[in-house]
Design a protein around this ligand. Sequence first.
Ligand code: AMP
Length: 438
Amino acid sequence: MSFSELGLDAALMRAIEREGYTTPTPIQAKAIPEVLAGRDVLAAAQTGTGKTAAFTLPLLQHLLTNPREGGKAPRILVLVPTRELAAQVGESVVAYGRDVTVKHAVIFGGVGINPQIDRVRRGLDIIIATPGRLLDLTGQGVLDLSKIEILVLDEADRMLDMGFMPDIKRVLKQLPAKRQNLMFSATFSPDIRGLAEGLLTNPVSIDIAPRNTATQLVDQRAIFAEKADKAGLLGFMVSRGNWKQVLVFTRTKHGANRLCERLEKDGLTAAALHGNKSQGARTKALAGFKDGSVRVLVATDIAARGIDIENLPHVINYELPNVPEDYVHRIGRTGRAGAVGEAISLVAHDERGYLKQIERLIRQTIPVFVIEGYTLNAKPGTPGEADDRPARPPQRQGQRRPNPPGAGPRPQGRGGRGGPVKPQKSAEHLKGMSRKVH
Ligand code: AMP
């Protein structure tokens, strides 16, 4: 399947060429013809599969082939869970719609409402919004949703996780009954299925990535590390691997701040991205990360939704998420659209249960590696984890910690299955730092 077979307007074909896309991704090949045919679509597609273009391109095509009959009210509504995702969809509309006369607005909370009101009053074709601020605007009588022809619910699973269900219902009540609906979700809980049943009419189901399966292109690793050693280990890997762009996940906002401070102390440029940061600080952190002035971006799960950075090479789970599905979302930040990426999880002793849950969900065993020169603190009596060397403090960045004479790196056991290690070829991506233990 090539883009030229999709029947898209020349203006959109030029945009596709400008973006450097040669072939549609599987979700694009399947969804674009259905959306153009006016069908409702239920798509299971994770982030990184090209799903944004899969709906943005046919939305633009719809506007081109069906000119507005009058009025100023928006014709297409894209509902998203986070500001970052809203901004990213907005960027896609700009990129693909450069040669199309289309007016769009990106609407989210946490910033002044007045410029958004002005924007809406001037007239819109596409509105991309998080539910809360959208309802503020309709509540103030500024925004009329009665002319919506197509509704897109993007990352519907995350919207429900974030408690947006009541808001979504309030938005739906304001939409005309006759409209086309597109729903995208990475996972399909019973709640999501319920929402889809109420929302979609005779939908086409498109299932791209097998459900809850981590992207095959992501090289996944786990490293067992004590909590106290993780910051030093992370700094060591970033410096030693000469990694330029690393996205690190922590479970909490405070954890993100603390880790940033520590990395900065170790001489690495780092910024935190989480919900307590002002919109300005979040935009600045993201811009710095994209232009290379921030080497390590430390984010919480919710804040990281919607971050789109092409070919992000390294994702680190500084702490494993306690919701296994979040692991899939996190590692979806790398290995996007055909690029190979790697995701490394630093797993403390009390996180091994989470690792097991994740492995069950993705139906894969994540290989465990050791970093040469780093050792796991002994947990007396735990089979396979004994290490008679004293734990050493994490080293300062830039220096490789030497192995003490006669105490070469020891295998790390895994759930009591530790044992002698056959040396294996070093993982290329860790630049000789690590070796597999099973
Ligand atoms: P998404 O899943 O929408 O977040 O898209 C992930 C990334 O894939 C974005 O950086 C897009 O620019 C890129 N992308 C989308 N479609 C294609 C394509 N057909 N070929 C190559 N890259 C693409």
